[in-house]
Design a protein around this ligand. Structure first.
Ligand code: NAD
Ligand code: UDP
Length: 311
């Protein structure tokens, strides 16, 4: 029988790519989203597909569906957007996750949670292995997301221990690609859109902070491998370990858009902005036989092409 898969946050950036891949694998996909940062436009190409159904719904309200698997992606991921309505963000990560766990329990479904490298906060350990407990400010402007996602992991592990619920936790590191919103606010979409519009590239702080950027196709492959693996529940890091300073990223974007007349400007570093981030992916390599395939230059070229058409 055809497998029924629920993707919450399916009308967002990663959700779109995951729905597309699941449909191509012959699954029946229910895409649930409250359209906070997602859009109907993103999923327009699936609307005629008999194996695709869109459900407008907020996971903070209970719902019942007969499904076999749940990918729980619902939650804004860009600091600009998760800080726009911080209480809703914490509620989505807690009340929303509880509703998805109850749904999984009633439906007898497996649940995979999209967690984040933000559970490591501003890390003292570098690169970050899953065994690191992190350094997170519980009362700062990022806490609605960081602490929300940490609490989500706690709920999920306790549903597993208390009810034997089949669960999976992936900790996603900075991911980019086509279908990010031009006003998403994260660094790669900001720099590309700024360069294409000949606006200044805005580096926050001195640009020596680092991130490790993963192309979205690599992430989707890792998530599906994780869901399909039988015994390993994680948490597991999914990210590209190639680490760049934000200054290096800005220069790379300008190199790949040679016609741009943009300059670089420096703005204040936001509060609690992590100084460095790089995943230790040895666990994903061992348990999932997974590692990212797409280098930053190639991924940026694909993403630039998308934004060229979009803008
Ligand atoms: P996104 O903001 O593009 O997508 C999130 C989607 O969730 C949107 O469509 C939004 O409308 C929806 N949503 C938000 N709150 C909801 C709610 N209460 N009920 C129903 N839908 C809701 O972000 P993304 O980059 O696609 O991230 C997807 C998931 O992956 C998120 O859970 C995020 O925390 C996680 N993640 C992403 C990254 C990354 O770099 N992209 C890194 C770490 C973790
Ligand atoms: N950043 C920047 N300019 C921008 C947007 C972000 O310099 O226009 C910086 C931001 O301060 C952070 C890094 O880029 O140090 C990554 O930011 P993003 O919001 O993409 O992700 P996160 O901070 O959640 O890793």
């Amino acid at each position: 029988m055809m497998q029924k898969v629920l993707v919450t946050g399916g009308a967002g950036f990663v959700g779109f790519h995951l729905c597309k891949k699941l449909l191509s694998l012959g699954k029946q996909v229910f895409c649930l989203d409250n359209l906070y940062t997602g859009s109907q436009d993103n999923i327009a190409e699936f609307q005629g597909d008999k194996n695709f159904e869109f459900i407008e719904h907020d996971i903070c309200n209970p719902i019942f569906l007969e499904v076999d698997e749940i990918y729980n992606l619902a939650c804004p991921a860009s600091p600009v957007h998760y800080q726009r309505s911080p209480i809703a963000t914490t509620k989505t990560c807690t009340v929303g996750v509880l509703n998805m766990l109850e749904l999984a329990k009633k439906a007898g479904a497996k649940l995979l949670q999209a967690s984040t490298s933000e559970v490591y906060g501003n890390p003292f350990v570098h690169p970050q292995p899953e065994s690191y407990w992190g350094n997170v400010n519980p009362v700062g402007i990022r806490s609605c997301y960081d602490e929300g996602k940490r609490c989500a992991e706690t709920f999920i592990m306790d549903y597993h221990r208390q009810y034997d619920l089949p669960i999976k936790i992936v900790r996603i590191f900075n991911t980019y690609g086509p279908k990010m919103l031009p006003d998403d606010g994260r660094v790669i979409s900001n720099f590309i859109v700024q360069a294409l519009k000949n606006d200044p590239l805005t580096i926050y702080g001195d640009g020596i902070q680092t991130r490790s950027f993963q192309f979205v196709d690599d992430l989707v492959d890792g998530m599906i491998k994780m869901m399909e693996q039988d015994h390993f529940i994680g948490p597991v890091n999914l990210g590209n370990p190639d680490e760049f300073t934000i200054e290096e990223l800005a220069r790379e974007v300008l190199k790949l858009i040679p016609e741009s007349t943009s300059k670089i400007v420096y703005k204040d570093l936001p509060e609690d902005d992590p100084l460095q981030r790089k995943p230790d992916i040895s666990l994903a390599q061992k348990e999932l036989n997974w590692k990212p395939q797409i280098k930053l230059e190639q991924g940026l070229k694909n993403t630039i092409e998308y934004f060229r058409q979009k803008i």
